[in-house]
Design a protein around this ligand. Structure first.
Ligand SMILES: N[C@@H](CCC[C@H](N)C(=O)O)C(=O)O
Length: 289
């Protein structure tokens, strides 16, 4: 009998994901299988995979099961594992609602970066509590061709280098990862954001994601950008005592990020499910061997 795997396709500001419901953690989704699913020509296509697993059924999430019923097993498009995915969390929450596992309002989801709180609003937007940023000390530099920029090292559970540039076109084609130095600042690789100003508390960015290449949006990246921009603007909420809200335009849409004086960051944006189906059994057999 042939094996079939159900999937859905969704995106948040065009950061797109193959969603694989696997409540009992029955699938051994190898890096090669993830890469095949994400392949835009030979597979379904996506920047990453969101496997939906009951926290109680996954060894990495079991300890969070009391707080969050569902674990987001996020993988980058090349099959690598990342600690956190901001847009993925919103799409994950949208899926849980779509599947009838939750209703509008508040819920908690387990991620590799801990339990995150999510609010599903009636207007379709989803807000996620992203936790606090860490800002490791030390200068880092991003280079594209002949140009180099000083960058801010921001950790949102996953690593980012945020560079302010005069023109987003200066990031080039981003077919390959822009070098970031010193490499020792990012032993596990890095996501790189290029930022320009659009107006008061309003910026635009492009991103090259570790494990996925250039994407149309990155939620953790947008948060890293908001944090770095607030420091640059003298608007660090921990210093001013007032929240800082930034609008961050990404190629695929718009995200709104607020950092509170206690350091907690919230990100709001859309998340949609666009398709669902089953992976072809013959292709699967080839992929999974
Ligand atoms: N697109 C994501 C980030 C996904 C993980 C990233 N590529 C990494 O390896 O850290 C987001 O929306 O945050």
């Amino acid at each position: 009998m042939s094996t079939r795997i159900a999937f859905l396709k969704g995106h948040g500001t065009e950061n797109d994901f193959v969603i694989v419901p696997d409540p009992e953690n029955a699938l051994d989704l190898s890096p090669a299988a993830v890469a095949a699913l994400c392949d835009r020509r030979a597979g379904i296509g996506g920047d990453g995979v969101l496997r939906v697993v009951r926290s109680a059924a996954h060894p990495e999430a079991r300890a969070m099961a009391g707080e969050a019923e569902w674990f987001m097993d996020y993988r980058n498009g090349d099959g690598s594992i990342a600690e956190m995915c901001g847009n993925g969390s919103r799409v994950f929450a949208r899926y849980l609602k779509h599947a009838g596992h939750v209703t509008e309002g508040d819920l908690a989801i387990a991620t590799r970066a801990g339990v995150k709180t999510v609010h599903i609003a009636k207007n379709g937007d989803i807000t996620i509590g992203m936790g606090r940023a860490r800002l490791p000390e030390g200068d880092v530099t991003v280079t594209v061709g002949e140009r180099s920029w000083p960058a801010r090292n921001v950790n949102m559970g996953n690593p980012h280098a945020v560079a302010f540039v005069a023109d987003l076109a200066h990031a080039g084609d981003l077919y390959t990862a822009p070098p970031v130095s010193p490499a020792s600042a990012y032993p596990d690789g890095v996501n790189v954001e290029f930022v320009v100003d659009r107006g008061p508390r309003h910026v635009a960015m492009r991103v090259h994601e570790r494990g996925s290449g250039e994407t149309r949006s990155c939620g953790t990246g947008a948060c890293a950008v908001a944090v770095a921009t607030a420091r640059r603007d003298g608007a660090d909420p921990a210093v001013t005592g007032t929240p800082a809200t930034y609008t961050v335009d990404v190629p695929g849409g718009r995200l709104v990020i607020t950092e509170r004086p206690d350091g907690e960051i919230e990100m709001t944006g859309p998340a949609v499910i666009v398709a669902e189906g089953e992976v072809d059994a013959e292709w699967l057999a080839q992929t999974f061997g």
